[in-house]
Design a protein around this ligand. Structure first.
Ligand code: HEC
Ligand code: HEC
Length: 131
């Protein structure tokens, strides 16, 4: 009798854990995601950034709820290129600071690359970000 109760508890725990995992597991969207906050959208591919933790970029995510867009209200929603605050969209993508931005990380990883690859990943024009 005791054994059956124990077994059912184990089963309940497994079902529970599995249920939670499927409830909370977040999948990165398919490649070709357009970052449409700006006039010339940058195409972002999650597949090229698989080795990083989601929170490296989605730094306000609690690991469970919905993932926000960079330009959501109250986040990086100021489209003025000259804005220097944390709300500046341009700075969030190009700046350097405590958190990685597209450019700060690309500059870092490009150090180990040859000239052409470095240019492709870090320059403003004719780059992988701004073709
Ligand atoms: C190198 C940075 C980076 C990493 C790592 C990353 N993402 Fe993203 N993700 C982005 C960017 C940039 C966008 C586009 C956001 C926007 O358009 O404002 C995005 C968008 C998303 C969106 C769509 C949000 C929306 O409302 O359109 C989801 C969902 C998402 N990512 C999930 C994930 C998950 C899950 C992981 C980890 C497995 C992950 N991402 C890892 C940068 C990243
Ligand atoms: C924490 C580091 C990191 C951050 C942050 C990051 N990247 Fe990358 N990105 C990489 C690495 C590493 C590669 C792959 C380089 C290679 O091996 O070719 C890459 C490659 C790319 C490529 C070329 C591959 C492709 O998918 O076409 C694009 C475009 C790109 N990143 C856009 C972005 C954008 C836009 C952001 C900001 C929203 C961003 N990345 C943020 C590390 C980063």
């Amino acid at each position: 009798m005791k054994k059956t109760l124990f077994m059912s508890l184990i089963c309940a725990a497994i079902v529970c854990a599995f249920g939670l995992a499927t409830l909370y597991a977040a999948d990165a969207p398919a490649d070709g995601l357009k970052m449409e906050a700006t006039k010339n959208p940058v195409v972002f591919n999650h597949s090229a950034h698989k080795k990083y933790d989601c929170k490296e970029c989605h730094h306000t995510w609690d690991g469970a709820g919905a993932i926000q867009k960079c330009s959501d209200k109250g986040c990086h929603d100021n489209m003025d290129k000259k804005d220097k605050s944390v709300h500046a969209y341009y700075k969030a993508m190009h700046g350097k600071g405590k958190l990685s931005t597209c450019v700060s990380c690309h500059k870092d990883v490009a150090k180990a690359m040859d000239k052409d690859a470095k240019k492709a990943l870090t320059s403003c024009k004719k780059s992988k970000c701004h073709p």
